[in-house]
Design a protein around this ligand. Structure first.
Ligand SMILES: [Zn+2]
Ligand SMILES: [Zn+2]
Length: 927
């Protein structure tokens, strides 16, 4: 790697890290000359395929990219000090065209995708190589998580090569404002350097950068990071010693770390030397984070860090050690390192594989690499064939023939190679493939099971075997697997090896309710996990679901359930917790308090909430607390049981929302003089507005909808969503523009920034008029009349390709669709309305023209006559000149088909979408 840099002569001095001259860590891109491949998969190290199609390989000329490809690399930059990066790239397009994208990602926020594009440049065919060198500037107020570099084909005939690419942080521009001092009771000295033990000390280097960055942000002083192995100071006074450096120089003794447990740390400032050591790598980063907090840094949310304003920064005499209840903490909000930072959990995708951090069997024995010569390595399917897999499919669904000794040996060998590729990671998943029905049914694999349907012995025996050698060679690594879908049953013969952790997933149907820990709807799951606790306490992790997956802005009330579960897990010996996302509403509060609980499950949670609210909302804190309590009261008093996988309705009641809006008015008033606090208050109100608008809008069967209130709420929602730059509202990436069309009938372009569009500007200026006077001309002229296609209807639920619209039962809140027809003059005759589509018979339907009912049917009566059309007469004098509105309303009562919903879906507490629906392809209005 260094040779290339010298050859191209691109770089001179990079800023002051003594360690950087010998290691390549200042170069962020891995395998920038495309010379290395991943031995496990034979694909290019560091470069992963985002789209499964296309063809990317190593060639004489570097990386060869063909057909429809998108190949990318993501780099953790959460610990980089820099706001400027230098990109160098050398590539050539032989045919077609290719775009080079550089994108910067923020930590997980409300937005589904929170990134912005630093560079997007398209290149057509040329005989010459392109050599580009560009400085990329990151806005200083942004807190970055990742930078992504991607090459993407613009057409299927593209053939391109890249021979070199690099990305380097440039020295930060701020100049020192304040010096950093280390002080004792009677003396203070200027702080000179942060020391790590050696360039190979990956853990130490990550931790040192983390500290360097925050000290720089606080003071403008960029302390150099030096290596003890290269430069021993004469005197340690004024030094900060990190990790192994603190131990090697005897500033922290092994004896002092003896009573610190996994994930814990020791921070000590003695004799004007600040030393921070961890029991392990994550513990070291936590130690630095705890130290920063002890000097006044506030990690408020994934987007907001507040630094103390002080003239000089005295690093005072301290000494404290801590051990977390949960050494393994994963799942978002990782900025303050209360959750483990990304680098500590191995991820094939980060080094160029196709698996994430969970289902890694297909990375350990790669399908693309082995299936031709050794189909027997992969699971025998029920149809008698070995597993098949479309080229480019995610490796997450690869199932191995776990009983095959050659598979075990290969996976074991490959696990060691994987550890060598991600030396900084501590936790490695040996997770079985997703989709249990692909499991191997060969005789030998079945023989590993003790009983039909219980796969735990099989999976556990495999994981033990595969990790055996790696655990000998790397005793500090932890290997984990997942207890779910058949491997959640108690093993009979096999026990987990000491270095193996088993991750239990409290998922439906056994765990139905995520609003209450000890809910009756979780009783089956509780019994199951209790049995695990009894037998395997100490080797269990949990993968829990405190966030609603369907809708980003929907209120998901998992806070107290999570508090109780964390205490319950901890009391039963669980030491690892992964959160499948964190709830979006009260997100900063959730991350803050839950992080504290993962260290100390016994803390006073109510006190912790109050403390956080005081910091975060200032004078509005009492009102925000009142709203928080009011919200959680709903879950208890009204017995609302939410589940992470479904659309959760019903939080909004008239009583709740009236009180909630009143409390918010007080909170806004209390914070009106402080824009930062007001924005936080309104950022929370966004969720209340979203839920209210979702449940009460012109397309739900609300009898007494006050259109003026709706319009005003919609305006406020638009204003806050614009400020928060929200573009997506649900899991399927529904654009917010689509949401405005479905819930309010406002047609937006979905191109560019939605809040700059005229319809939104009109809504802000005059909300009621904007809704009443909207003019969506989407009709088509046909012979003897007009057609309104599915795309002309707002409300309801559209087909993915837009070719039809689904009208669901009122309980599912998508029960009304409507479309407008504009006429130059009122027709003089009776007209005919023809509706085309399909139905599930048990729906009740009513059709309206300009608010007048023209047709009604009850369930069990067919709506569509053969061949899928229904003709309805429109009496004279209903249609008029100008705007005419056609509405179709699903009026099916939940009780009209007793027990139907329960029978069709195992989740009995959810309105089942699979019955009582009507589909409309189009309507025609003819003479
Ligand atoms: Zn098998
Ligand atoms: Zn419940």
């Amino acid at each position: 790697m260094r040779k290339i840099f010298l050859l191209l002569g691109l770089f001179s001095a990079i800023f002051n890290s003594a360690c950087s001259t010998e290691s390549s860590r200042e170069e962020l891109i891995r395998n920038g000359d495309f010379s290395k491949i991943i031995p496990l998969t034979d694909t290019l190290l560091g470069w992963s395929m985002d789209k499964g199609i296309g063809n990317v390989s190593k060639s004489e000329e570097g990386m060869r990219m063909q057909k429809e490809f998108r190949v990318l690399q993501r780099m953790d930059v959460a610990h980089e000090v820099s706001e400027r990066y230098l990109l160098n790239a050398r590539f050539k397009v032989e045919s077609g065209s290719m775009t080079l994208f550089i994108q910067a990602f923020l930590p997980e926020t409300v937005k589904r995708e929170s990134y912005w594009t630093l560079l997007s440049k398209s290149f057509g065919p040329s005989k010459e190589w392109n050599n580009i060198s560009i400085e990329l500037q990151i806005p200083p107020e942004k807190i970055l998580d990742l930078i992504q570099v991607a090459f993407s084909s613009d057409s299927p005939d593209t053939l391109a090569y890249a021979s070199y690419i690099s990305l380097r942080p440039l020295p930060p521009s701020k100049t020192a404002q304040n010096k950093i001092f280390i002080s004792s009771a009677d003396r203070r000295v200027e702080c000179k350097s942060i020391y790590v033990s050696s360039p190979q000390d990956d853990y130490g280097n990550i931790a040192a950068k983390f500290l360097q960055k925050h000290l720089y942000n606080m003071t403008g002083e960029l302390l150099p990071v030096s290596c003890l192995s290269e430069k021993q100071p004469e005197n340690f006074e004024g030094s900060i010693l990190i990790g192994k450096a603190a131990i090697d120089s005897n500033k922290i003794s092994n004896e002092e770390l003896k009573d610190v447990g996994p994930g814990g740390f020791f921070v000590k400032n003695k004799d004007l030397v600040l030393s921070i050591a961890g029991k392990d790598a994550p513990g070291l980063v936590s130690g630095i984070s705890a130290f920063l907090k002890s000097i006044g840094v506030k990690f408020l949310s994934s987007k907001e860090i507040e630094y103390p304003k002080i003239e000089t920064l005295p690093l005072a005499s301290v000494a404290f050690k801590r051990t977390p209840a949960f050494a393994f903490r994963s799942g978002g909000g990782n900025l303050n390192s209360d959750f483990l930072i990304n680098s500590f959990i191995a991820s094939p995708r980060k080094i160029g594989g196709r698996s994430g951090t969970i289902h890694t069997n297909g990375f350990l024995v790669n399908f693309d690499k082995y299936h031709k010569e050794h189909p027997e390595y992969f699971a025998l399917q029920k149809d008698g064939n070995r597993l098949s897999h479309k080229p480019g499919d995610s490796d997450d669904f690869v199932h191995l023939c776990m009983s095959n000794p050659k598979v075990q040996a290969l996976a074991s060998e490959n696990l060691i190679k994987w550890i060598e590729l991600e030396p900084q990671a501590k936790y490695f998943s040996i997770g079985q493939g997703d989709g249990y029905h692909y499991r191997c049914v060969c005789k030998d694999c079945k023989a590993m099971d003790v009983e039909e349907g219980n796969y735990t012995d099989r999976v556990l025996a495999f994981v033990n075997k595969v990790s055996e050698k790696a655990a000998e060679k790397y005793p500090d690594k932890i290997f984990f697997m997942f207890l779910y879908e058949g491997s959640d049953k108690m093993p009979v013969k096999v026990n987990p090896a000491p270095h193996v952790r088993m991750t239990y997933c409290p998922f439906r149907p056994k765990w139905w309710c995520h609003s209450h820990a000890f809910c009756k709807h979780n009783s089956q799951g509780m019994a199951e996990i209790s049995a695990w606790f009894k037998n395997f306490s100490g080797q269990l992790y949990v993968f829990d679901y405190p966030s609603g997956a369907q809708e980003a802005l929907s209120i998901f009330g998992s806070f107290y359930a999570m508090v109780e579960k964390i205490r319950f897990y901890s009391a039963n010996g669980v030491t690892g917790l992964t959160l499948c996302g964190t709830p979006r509403q009260f997100n900063a509060l959730f991350v803050n308090v839950i992080s504290q609980l993962l260290w100390y499950p016994g803390i006073d949670v109510e006190q912790a909430i109050d403390n956080f609210m005081r910091e975060y909302y200032g004078p509005a804190a009492p009102f925000m607390r009142e709203y928080f309590d009011l919200l959680y009261k709903q879950f208890d008093e009204r017995q609302i049981h939410q589940n992470c996988e479904i659309f959760n309705y019903g939080v909004i009641s008239d009583d709740f929302k009236n009180k909630a809006y009143r409390v918010f008015a007080a909170a806004e008033n209390a914070s009106k003089d402080n824009p930062k606090l007001l924005r936080r208050v309104k950022g929370e109100k966004l969720f209340l507005l979203y839920n209210d608008l979702n449940e009460n809008n012109p397309f739900t069967n609300v009898n007494d909808l006050n259109l003026k209130d709706f319009a005003n709420n919609l305006r406020e929602f638009a204003q806050i969503a614009a400020e928060e730059e929200i573009f997506y509202v649900d899991k399927n990436h529904q654009n917010i523009t689509e949401w405005f069309w479905r819930k309010a009938g406002l047609k937006l372009n979905a191109k560019g920034k939605w809040y700059d569009e005229p319809a939104i500007k009109e809504l802000i200026a005059n909300p009621l008029a904007a809704l009443k006077e909207k003019k969506n001309i989407l009709q088509k002229k046909i012979k003897n009349g007009w057609e309104l296609p599915a795309s002309a209807f707002s409300g309801g639920e559209p087909a993915r390709n837009g070719s039809y619209i689904v009208i669901r039962r009122p309980a599912l809140l998508k029960s009304i669709v409507s479309a407008d027809l504009f006429l130059d003059e009122a027709p003089s005759n009776e007209m005919e309305l023809t509706v085309t589509g399909q139905e599930e018979r048990n729906c009740g339907i009513e059709v309206f023209v300009n608010g007048k009912s023209v047709y009604q049917k009850s369930p069990q009566v067919k709506f569509y006559e053969h061949p899928g059309t229904r003709k309805i007469a429109i009496p004279k004098n209903i249609l008029k000149k100008g705007k005419n509105t056609f509405s179709i309303k699903n009026i099916t009562s939940e009780l009209s088909v007793p027990d139907r919903g329960k029978a069709l879906d195992s989740c009995e507490y959810q309105p089942n979408p699979y019955w009582g629906w009507l589909i409309v392809d189009n309507i025609k209005i003819t003479e």
